[in-house]
Design a protein around this ligand. Structure first.
Ligand SMILES: [Cu+2]
Length: 355
C-alpha cells in the first residue's frame, strides 16, 4: 500500500492531537473473524466508503470514535501505563558456584484486543499483552525461559543476544517450531549487556510479529546504570486489513494515542531513562522525537557512553536504544514519531512534568 492509498483509507477522519481520538473511517473489516489459516479477505478497493456495519462482531470490528473515548484496559488485561514501568526480573536462584539463575514463564495465546475504542484486533500475544513482557536480567546470569504455546498457531521465541544456534528459536534448528500445546525451555547466558528484544520467528514472519508476538529483553551491565525513573517504550503498529502493506494504526506499548489520554508522569530534574524498541512491521523506518528537550542516546545500550545528544532518532525494524534525559521545566511535552503520518495514526503521547 502506498502512503497515499493508506491516507485514502482515512478519508473522513483526521486526528486531533489535543483529544487523541477523532478518527473517522478506519479501513475496518466487516467480513467476519480472522484466523491465521483464513485471514479475512481484503475489504476491497474502497473500504473507507463502506458504512460502519461492525456491530455484527468478529474480527476487527468497527470504530466508535467519540471524542475522548478510550479502550477498556481491564477487559484487554493490560494497560500501557503499567507496561511502561513493568520490569519482569523472573524467579531467581543461586547456583553453588554463585551464579544467578533467572527463570520466566512465557505463554503464547490468541487474544481479541480492543486497540482503539470499538476497534478489535485478533492478536497473538505473549503473556496476554502487547507488547509481551519486559524480561530483565544482568550480564552473566544464566537464563531459562519456559515457553508454552497456548495459541492455535505454531510459534517460537527468538532472542537477540549471543547464544548457541540451538537456542536461537528459529524453525528447523534445535527444537525448532513449538506447536500448539507444546512447551520448550530456552536456556542461554545473558550477554551482551544492552537493550534487546525477543519475538516469534515462524513464517510468515512479518505477520507473526505484527500480530503482537514480541517483548523487550534488557541485560543490565555488571555495574548498574545510574539510578533513574526507567521506562520501556515499544513502538509498533497494527495492520488491521491484514494485507501486509503498511499499517492503519501506530502505537507505543499497545494502544494508539494512550499517552495522549494518560501522560507519562515524571519529576522535574529527575533522570529519566527510556528503553526504546522498534518492532514496527510493514513500514521500514520509525522515529522518536521529543518536544522542549534533548536526550543522550545509547544505540542498543551496549556501550556506557552516549553517541548522540539529540531530540530525534530513527530506528529500523529491530533497532533499539536507550534515551536519557531530565526535564528542567514543568508542564506537558509531546513525544511522537517524527513521521507525521504515524503520529496522526496513533504514535503520539505526552510527558507531564511535575515537582
Ligand atoms: Cu508466531
Amino acid at each position: 500500500m502506498t502512503s497515499s492509498t493508506r491516507r485514502r483509507f482515512m478519508i473522513g477522519g483526521t486526528v486531533a492531537a489535543s483529544t487523541g481520538l477523532a478518527l473517522g473511517a478506519l479501513p475496518l473489516r466487516d467480513n467476519g473473524p480472522a484466523t491465521a489459516d483464513s485471514p479475512p479477505a481484503p475489504s476491497g478497493p474502497h473500504p473507507a466508503h463502506h458504512p460502519n456495519t461492525s456491530a455484527h462482531g468478529g474480527g476487527v470490528s468497527g470504530p466508535t470514535f467519540r471524542k475522548g473515548a478510550v479502550v477498556d484496559h481491564a477487559a484487554n488485561g493490560f494497560d500501557p501505563t503499567e507496561v511502561l514501568r513493568d520490569f519482569d526480573y523472573g524467579k531467581t536462584s543461586t547456583r553453588p558456584d554463585g551464579r544467578t539463575v533467572r527463570e520466566w514463564e512465557v505463554f503464547a495465546s490468541d487474544e481479541d484486543i480492543e486497540i482503539a475504542p470499538g476497534v478489535r484486533f485478533p492478536a497473538w500475544t505473549l503473556n496476554s499483552r502487547i507488547p509481551g513482557p519486559t524480561l530483565r536480567c544482568r550480564e552473566g546470569d544464566l537464563l531459562r525461559v519456559h515457553f508454552t504455546n497456548g495459541s492455535h498457531h505454531p510459534h517460537t521465541l527468538h532472542f537477540h543476544g549471543i547464544h548457541p544456534a540451538e537456542m536461537d528459536g528459529i524453525p528447523g534448528i534445535g527444537r525448532g517450531v513449538i506447536n500448539p500445546g507444546e512447551s520448550f525451555t530456552y536456556e542461554f547466558d545473558a550477554t551482551p549487556f544492552g537493550l534487546h528484544l525477543f519475538h516469534c520467528h515462524v513464517g510468515p514472519l512479518a505477520e507473526h510479529i505484527a500480530r503482537g508476538m514480541y517483548g523487550t529483553f534488557i541485560v543490565d551491565p555488571p555495574q548498574p546504570r545510574p539510578q533513574a525513573d526507567e521506562m520501556v517504550m515499544v513502538m509498533h503498529g497494527y495492520n488491521t486489513t491484514f494485507d501486509g502493506e503498511g499499517n492503519q494504526l501506530y502505537a507505543v506499548n499497545g494502544i494508539p494515542f494512550h499517552f495522549m489520554h494518560e501522560p507519562v508522569r515524571v519529576k522535574r530534574n529527575e533522570l529519566v531513562r527510556i528503553y526504546l524498541v522498534n518492532v514496527l512491521e510493514y513500514d521500514p523506518i520509525n522515529s522518536f522525537h521529543i518536544h522542549g528537550n534533548f536526550f543522550d542516546y545509547y544505540p542498543t545500550g551496549t556501550r556506557l557512553q552516549p553517541t548522540e545528544f539529540t531530540d530525534t532518532i530513527v530506528q529500523g525494524q529491530g533497532q533499539r536504544g536507550i534515551c536519557e534525559l531530565r526535564f528542567p521545566h514543568l508542564g506537558q511535552y509531546m513525544f511522537h514519531a517524527h513521521k507525521t503520518e504515524f503520529a496522526e495514526l496513533g504514535w503520539m503521547g505526552m510527558f507531564e512534568v511535575t515537582e
